[in-house]
Design a protein around this ligand. Structure first.
Ligand code: UN1
Length: 499
């Protein structure tokens, strides 16, 4: 069986523990992809020291040259797209159409980052004094701790690392233990593209061991974390205590609202894709469907009919609509929510169990599930499940729909289907989310726009687009006084006091 290693100090090396874990295909647990290192704090420490050396050189490499490396990264990813998508589906289950999209998101992020190397704008503004210039510009920060989830094994690490690198930082990358192979491919590509080896470190292992050691390491001044709100609270507490810069991207409980005037066929496609794409394992997944009473019964029966026809299977097989979940533990969690929903009196309309089909018995499969008559405020309606479970809530007006949407602790994405332009714009205004879609599903954010959520979904930062570059760079201000005299700001300006 193939054994993989960490990339630390410019070389592929074994973990200090000498221990490895197995990485298995979630569609067929007999298929072992390889063994990956179970690393610990001493491996992390070595990685941080190496990254600190890498940073010293990389920070003085001109930003356009740093961007050129990312352009080559994008080129290599584009050439290898099909092969990476296949490896990713084997490792985490979602169908090939989706893993191709995941790689594409990485390519898009690479090209955006490449061109940003020729911008990284600061400001030049007039000074209040004569013969003096005032400007702001960006500086890199240092070693970035990059902690990633399993559901977008390529896209999410690229959202974090590519901007970090273009800004001149070095990275210590801790991928989710479910997707170490895709992470290995990404690091190989960065090296092949010409990134100086000590600028990137890859440390495999668990969040409790490796993730925690990165967050707690004094040599890592910034952390970017995507994962659960619970873990994010722990990461946030440490970063608060150690005064680290931190970007958190956490849970969601996203809703699609369908008004009585909506194009129901369109809304149906949106709901199916939003709820069951990636087997519901997206932070942006549609987990609640808020239906106007005028179309509630009709839409629900259309939806259940279609959901029953979705084909569960190996994501590498033609015709598969929904792949497996990431792990046995993830399936167990979904099963607990089926019990909770039924105990709370919701109507289970379809799914709610592992499939009967014996061929799927070797994988972590779960049927697309729809609950109706879900009470606003119930656990099913409030808590993030991260699986193929859709909860339907009935409302009588747009105002009520907005209230239901907003009355959760998360705020990542939302969607509304309506033909009424006033209702659409009210939704853009009033829904408490980082992203609102009109006549489109809750998933599918584009790589060149800011991504993130409000309330307990995040801590105010955004990934993607132009805004993430603020996170990975420090603003510095420079003043140059060429008057040859002492000029005192706020005192020697020419306006004087008003009469
Ligand atoms: C996530 O689920 O963590 O908007 C990210 C989307 C994808 C990214 C999802 N582009 O659904």
């Amino acid at each position: 069986m193939k054994q993989f290693n960490n990339f630390i100090g410019g070389a592929w090396i074994a973990p200090d523990s000498g221990e490895y874990f197995e990485n298995r295909n979630p569609a067929n647990r007999d298929d072992v992809i390889g063994r990956f290192p179970l690393s610990g704090p001493t491996d992390v420490d070595r990685a941080v020291k190496s990254a600190t050396r890498g940073f010293a050189d990389w920070r003085s490499t001109p930003a356009p040259a740093r961007g050129d490396v990312l352009r080559i990264v994008g080129d290599i990813m584009a050439t290898r797209k099909e092969e990476i998508a296949d490896a990713m589906t084997r490792e985490m289950g979602k169908p090939l159409t989706e893993t191709r999209g995941d790689v594409q998101e990485g390519i898009d992020t690479a090209y955006y980052a490449a061109s940003e190397g020729r911008r990284l704008f600061g400001h030049t503004v007039p000074s209040e004094l004569r013969n003096k210039w005032a400007m702001s510009y960006r500086r890199p920060i240092g070693v970035a701790g990059i902690i990633c989830p399993f559901n977008f094994p390529m896209a999410i690490p690229t959202w974090k690392m590519f901007p970090a690198l273009v800004c001149g930082n070095a990275c210590v990358f801790k991928p989710a233990e479910d997707v170490p192979h895709t992470a290995t491919i990404l690091v190989e590509i960065l090296l092949e593209a010409g990134l100086p080896p000590e600028v990137i470190q890859l440390v495999h292992g668990t969040g409790e061991e490796v993730g925690a050691a990165i967050v707690e390491h004094p040599g890592v001044p910034l952390i970017s974390f995507t994962g659960s709100t619970e873990t994010g609270s722990i990461v946030g507490a440490v970063c608060g205590r150690m005064h680290k810069r931190l970007s958190l991207e956490m849970g969601g409980k996203n809703a699609q609202i369908v008004m009585a005037d909506a194009d129901l066929d369109l809304a149906l496609e949106g709901a199916l894709w939003g709820a069951f794409g990636t087997t519901g394992q997206r932070c942006t997944a549609t987990s609640r469907l808020i239906l106007h009473t005028g179309i509630h019964d009709r839409f629900l029966s259309m939806l259940v009919d279609r959901a029953r026809t979705l084909k569960l299977g190996d994501g590498r097989k033609e015709g598969t609509d929904v792949g497996p979940m990431i792990s046995e533990a993830a399936v167990d969690k979904v099963e607990r929510y089926i019990d909770i929903g039924q105990a709370d009196g919701a109507d289970l309309l379809c799914g709610g169990r592992r499939p009967d089909d014996g061929k799927l018995g070797n994988g972590n499969f779960f049927e697309p599930t729809i609950f109706a008559r879900v009470e606003a405020g119930s656990r099913l309606e409030q808590e993030e499940i991260f699986g193929p479970v859709l909860s339907v809530v009935r409302v009588a007006s747009a105002d009520e729909a907005f209230t239901v949407n907003n009355d959760v602790r998360y705020g990542l994405s939302s969607s509304i289907y309506t033909r009424d332009v006033n209702v659409a714009f009210r939704a853009l205004n009033d829904l408490d989310n980082g992203i609102t879609y009109v006549n489109a599903p809750t998933i599918g954010a584009e790589a060149h726009l800011p991504f993130g959520g409000v309330k307990q979904t995040g801590n105010g930062h955004r990934e993607g687009g132009w805004q993430v570059y603020e996170f990975y760079s420090e603003t510095k201000v420079g003043y140059a006084d060429f008057s040859g005299t002492l000029q005192r700001a706020q005192i020697d300006n020419y306006l004087g006091a008003p009469d």
